[in-house]
Design a protein around this ligand. Sequence first.
Ligand code: SF4
Length: 188
Amino acid sequence: MNSKLTRRDFLKTTGAFSAILFLNLGFDLADVEASTNRLKIKYAKETPTICPYCAVGCGIITHTIDGKVVNTEGDPNHPINRGSLCSKGSSLFQVAINERRMKKPLYRAPGSDRWEEKEWGWVLDRIAHRIKETRDAGFIARESNMIVNRTEAIASLGGAALDNEECYLLAKLMRGLGVVFLEHQARI
Ligand code: SF4
């Protein structure tokens, strides 16, 4: 007889033993796990929000303590997802708690081989100036004796995470500038 204990045998034996022990002593691991989660968020502030990743728009509850995110989970009262989340939405916590999270805009100057951190004010001013320059340089006021007031030098590409109100504002802004090439990532 081969008396060698394989790793699989060991796991089977110890797993079965643990199950018997917990059953005999009346432990319910599901209750223990649920209580652990409840303890973690017991004094946390709950804020409902929407998953930013895709157009499904699942509802999420964010738990914070002293302004720090301690947990995120599906919102059971949300009509779209009723508490469930896909694997991407389930990892939303890592957007806030992540040592690799970028906290400032990065800018790479023309011809440069490196990125520099910039303040938001500087970046937004720069974007506004570049849009104005580009629009003015490529503006078409008339075509075939008709007033058209458009630019073909700028295109707008929306993302699936934009909600209705953001899409509305973006379309208004782009139409106001005379942009005619408006697209959306979900259509491509
Ligand atoms: S949880 Fe998943 S399906 Fe729901 S909005 Fe986020 S990415 Fe989309």
